[in-house]
Write a protein that binds this ligand. Structure first.
Ligand SMILES: NC(=O)c1ccc[n+]([C@@H]2O[C@H](COP(=O)([O-])OP(=O)(O)OC[C@H]3O[C@@H](n4cnc5c(N)ncnc54)[C@H](OP(=O)(O)O)[C@@H]3O)[C@@H](O)[C@H]2O)c1
Length: 239
């Protein structure tokens, strides 16, 4: 149970807030007293007085810039960003449709780049911020079919490392949380035996549960974590 005042006075932005991990993280921030901005393609699935929903295609840089114009006027600030939205097409490289590969690059890597840099402009004004990217065990385990997906997730860690330096002077930290398999639409599109085989390779061979993820998010988003930046935290023991 989260302290209902833990995030009071903070504005958190979660991409992919409608479903899966993003929705779980969004509800956590709301339960902790934050104002929450959610980005997704579809209509809101969260009904809460402190929730602001924006429909945006995170694969489209000009849509992201436009949504930040609206956000600046309506909300005026962002303190914590969770770059969570992503898509997965798992397919052998030789038959991966080029369009699907391009979509992953746009949504999973360039989207977080645009969101992070627009949010950082707002964070700079208040000299405080936390940017947290949702990474994946796929970077370390390199499952067949995940060449582009895993490369995008590896890119998030590298991007956080560079941004950590660029944003350090205004007290903005940038980190990546590489999660393991957790029940969601994204996971359920994969054959169960393939997922189980990946899980079996983990030092802690089980699925993730909500608290595994929320625990690290709370740590990285904390006031006390101002000296933790450019790090990738892997759940389940992979590294
Ligand atoms: N689930 C796992 O086992 C697992 C494992 C490792 C890493 N991850 C990572 O964890 C994060 C969350 O995954 P999940 O399993 O919760 O995924 P999910 O159930 O498929 O949900 C994805 C969310 O991202 C949003 N989204 C996708 N493309 C978008 C776009 N172009 N523009 C705006 N929003 C978009 C979706 O919005 P709509 O609802 O509007 O479509 C949805 O809310 C991802 O970064 C994923 O790579 C997940």
């Amino acid at each position: 149970m989260i302290d209902p005042a833990r995030y009071s006075g903070r504005v958190a932005l979660v991409t992919g807030a409608r479903r899966g991990v993003g929705r779980m993280v969004s509800e956590h921030f709301l339960n902790g007293g934050a104002d929450l901005v959610g980005f997704a393609r579809g209509e809101s699935t969260i009904d809460h007085p402190h929730y602001h929903h924006y429909r945006v295609d995170l694969g489209n840089a000009s849509e992201i810039a436009a949504v930040f114009d609206d956000l600046r006027k309506a909300v005026g600030r962002v303190d914590i960003v969770i770059n969570n939205a992503a898509v997965l097409t798992s397919q052998y490289a030789m038959i991966m449709p080029a369009q699907a590969a391009q979509a992953m690059l746009n949504i999973n890597l360039l989207g977080p780049f645009m969101v992070s840099r627009e949010a950082a402009k707002l964070m700079r004004k208040r000299k405080w911020g936390r940017i947290i990217n949702m990474g994946s065990m796929a970077v370390s385990l390199e499952p067949m079919g995940d060449s582009v997906y895993a490369a995008c997730k590896a890119g998030l860690s590298t991007m956080a490392g560079v941004m950590a330096r660029e944003f350090a002077s205004f007290n903005v930290t940038c980190n990546t949380l590489a999660i393991t398999a957790i029940d969601s639409d994204m996971l359920n599109q994969l054959p169960r035996n393939k997922v189980q085989a990946i899980i079996d390779r983990l030092p802690l061979p089980r699925f993730a549960v909500a608290d595994d993820i929320l625990n690290v998010i709370d740590f990285l988003a904390s006031e006390r974590s101002s000296y933790i930046t450019a790090q990738t935290n892997y759940l389940g023991g992979v590294n």
